[in-house]
Design a protein around this ligand. Structure first.
Ligand SMILES: Cc1cc2nc3c(=O)[nH]c(=O)nc-3n(C[C@H](O)[C@H](O)[C@H](O)COP(=O)(O)O)c2cc1C
Length: 203
């Protein structure tokens, strides 16, 4: 978990089906509201769908670049932010040519909030990511489907009452698995009071 970062650059080598299947199986072990398992994991392999996703990924980059006013990154800049930005730009340029693509879909149960619906699919996404990491694969969560949802729905045959949660890109990591960079636990966790930081020392 401490080195399951988003991996956006992949080696060309294919991912064997048995390796991918372990990730899918781990996803299917996730908890969901009422154990409803309202999910479908779509492994995307057709070149038609891959092309649609590449166009959407490139469009995402154009929008993101403008929206976040992302700076142009020097090719040799080696600080973490620049490295991530460069990897994101490349990732979105490669898009649907990532070795594997998996679309996570959820069928919202009647009367549930969006929070509950997300809660019945993102644990499966995280299980998948951890199983991928455990096998040396890398993966990245994306929202690229936001730029090609009608095409994906029509081509895959996703029923109207299902939602797309995320599109994962997956492959053998081209570089090292780096440690995650996160806030310290004393900022993330508290005891009893919003502003009383977690401490393992009992007073
Ligand atoms: C809901 C959600 C949407 C995300 N969308 C994207 C995305 O569109 N493209 C991308 O490259 N990463 C995406 N990410 C990955 C985050 O950028 C990444 O998890 C975060 O920056 C922390 O970095 P790390 O996982 O490498 O530690 C998304 C993550 C989440 C949880």
């Amino acid at each position: 978990m401490s080195s399951a970062t988003a991996v956006r650059r992949y080696r060309k080598e294919p991912v064997p089906d048995d390796v991918l299947e372990k990730c899918l199986l781990a996803a299917s072990w996730a908890p969901s509201g009422g154990n409803g398992q309202p999910w479908r994991f779509v492994v995307i392999r057709s070149s038609e769908l891959r092309n649609v996703i590449t166009a959407a990924a490139r469009q995402t980059w154009e929008v993101m670049k403008d929206f976040y006013r992302l700076p142009a990154v020097a090719a040799d800049a080696d600080d973490p932010k620049s490295r991530v930005l460069r990897a994101m730009a490349e990732h979105m340029n490669v898009g649907g040519d990532a070795p594997e693509l998996v679309l996570f879909c959820v069928q919202p149960q009647r009367g549930t909030t969006e929070m509950q619906q997300a809660g019945s699919i993102f644990p499966a996404v995280q299980n998948f990511l951890l199983a991928a990491r455990a096998q040396g694969l890398g993966a990245a969560i994306t929202l690229w489907h936001g730029h090609c949802e009608p095409e994906l729905r029509a081509s895959i045959g996703i029923p109207d009452d299902w939602k797309i949660a995320t599109l994962l890109t997956v492959g053998w990591a081209a570089g090292h698995h780096r440690p995650v960079r996160r806030k310290p636990l004393t900022e993330a966790a508290v005891i009893d009071q919003w502003d009383r930081p977690w401490s393992s020392e009992k007073v």
